[in-house]
Write a protein that binds this ligand. Structure first.
Ligand code: SF4
Length: 377
């Protein structure tokens, strides 16, 4: 398949690996901040092919995983109400809240529907004018534009029974948050190519300069990732810290201007809590004042939410790259995709799910239950 096969060529991969091995003289720790890249790395065994002293740390790049428990509990509360049709991508349905998940809400009679686009939810609202239709709008800069466009359309079409529960997150403030953590040992970043295809690269040079870290915009196929690693290691070995675009077939410096205009119109920057990490200033988007009528948090009075994270789950450490999934005691035993304790085991982009699906380091375990998953990037 064009744009896939040529980026999985084994001979070219071998050449890139040889070069990475040849230039590496010291230990380096690189972080990818994208669940899609994490899965590609684990699926293809890329981390096992690199020199022993080049470590890939899996960062908080899975949007489902970083959605705060409080937001999940709000979603569960709203979805349980009579008269509400709650629409979500499939990944969110098994993410555990404090005491249940959306599947359980559905089994108890809640009208929870899996959609493949926010526009599907808007259409459901138009078809059901006597019901309140809520879309769970989560994700990084990649899913934010279609969600923004859907709210814009709802206003334009006058669909007043539609609202969105928004929990969008932004990558650059997360990089800043990680780099200012006292536990941080990241020396270079592989920036997510799809995020940069929307937002461009303009936010990264200041971060690279301030924290003296190379940032290499990287794609998702094996050769993309190896090229990102090669460029990052070369910079580290040379003592450089620049932004490089190793994914030029999809990323321009300015990103996607039309998408960025839509984001600027519909959303405004806000502080956002990241599950397992805490609040990172300026790391999220919420609906701008002009669109507040479409904000599900404003439309539905949700009382005080008391969240309780499972004590055994160490997803916060996994998301910060302080722990590899198989180092969690619950991995593959009490925590599996069938019985997840944390979102990182549920999501199709979660690091724990990737280790479980491709490594099975916990021993022979039954295959995961397929979920109706739409990557939310
Ligand atoms: S393996 Fe399960 S319990 Fe452990 S960190 Fe991952 S999601 Fe949490």
């Amino acid at each position: 398949m064009k744009y896939i096969d040529e980026f999985q060529d084994p001979a070219l991969a071998r050449r890139l690996l040889d070069e990475i091995h040849a230039v590496t003289t010291r230990p380096w720790a690189l972080m990818e901040v994208c669940g899609g890249q994490t899965h590609s790395i684990i699926r293809h065994g890329i981390d096992q092919l690199l020199p022993d002293n080049v470590e890939l740390i899996h960062g908080p790049g899975c949007p489902v995983c970083v959605t705060p428990l409080e937001t999940i509990d709000k979603a569960l509360e709203i979805a349980s109400r009579p008269g509400v049709i709650f629409c979500s991508f499939g990944d969110m349905l098994r993410v555990p809240g404090t005491d249940r998940d959306l599947f359980q809400v559905r089994s108890l009679g809640g009208d929870v529907r899996v959609v493949y686009s926010p526009l599907d939810a808007l259409r459901i609202a138009q078809q059901n004018p006597d019901r309140q239709v809520v879309f769970f709008g989560i994700g990084f800069e990649t899913t934010a534009p279609p969600n923004a466009m859907t709210v814009h359309q709802a206003e334009r079409l006058g669909v007043t029974n539609f609202s969105m529960l928004v929990s969008h997150v932004r990558v650059p403030p997360a990089i800043e948050g990680l780099m200012t953590s006292p536990d941080c040992r990241v020396q270079a970043f592989l920036a997510a190519g799809h995020v940069c295809s929307v937002m461009g690269t303009e936010e990264y040079p200041e971060l690279a300069e301030r924290f003296k870290v190379p940032i290499v915009v990287t794609g998702f196929e094996p050769l993309d990732i190896l090229e990102g690693v090669r460029r990052a290691v070369l910079q580290l070995e040379r003592g450089e810290h620049r932004v490089e675009n190793a994914y030029p077939r999809a990323v321009r410096d300015e990103g996607n201007p039309a998408a960025r205009r839509m984001l600027a119109d519909v959303f405004e920057v806000t502080d956002r809590a990241w599950r397992g990490i805490g609040t990172i200033p300026g790391s999220g988007w919420r609906l701008a004042e002009r669109y507040r009528a479409f904000d599900a948090e404003h439309r539905f009075e949700v009382g005080a939410i008391n969240t309780v994270e499972p004590a055994a789950c160490r997803a916060g450490e996994v998301l910060q790259g302080l722990l590899k999934p198989h180092q969690c005691e619950a991995f593959g035993t009490t925590c599996t995709p069938r019985t997840p304790l944390g979102a990182t085991m549920v999501s199709s982009e979660g690091a724990c799910a990737a280790y479980y699906l491709y490594r099975r380091l916990g021993g022979p375990i039954a295959p995961a239950t397929p979920v109706e998953a739409t990557p939310v990037g």
